[in-house]
Write a protein that binds this ligand. Sequence first.
Ligand SMILES: [Zn+2]
Length: 82
Amino acid sequence: MSLFSRPPYVATINGDVFRCVVCQGGLFTSRSIKLNTGALEFLDMAWANKSSLGLICTHCGYVHEFLGDAVQLWDSESGERA
Ligand SMILES: [Zn+2]
């Protein structure tokens, strides 16, 4: 399976277009990054028992990782909210 099998997305952060911090590219693929580990669960760190959103630059591959819901993804082909 290709890393870039899904159509690339344009990302906005609270309404502002997000660009790659490395190459200023504007297209990303996304994947969920699991934060919880067995060790964290053992320590009862429930706040960490969630996923973050990884935005992977389609140009250079840099992974930007976000917590929370400030990121919006938009299909770069249809222009619709992903
Ligand atoms: Zn990049």
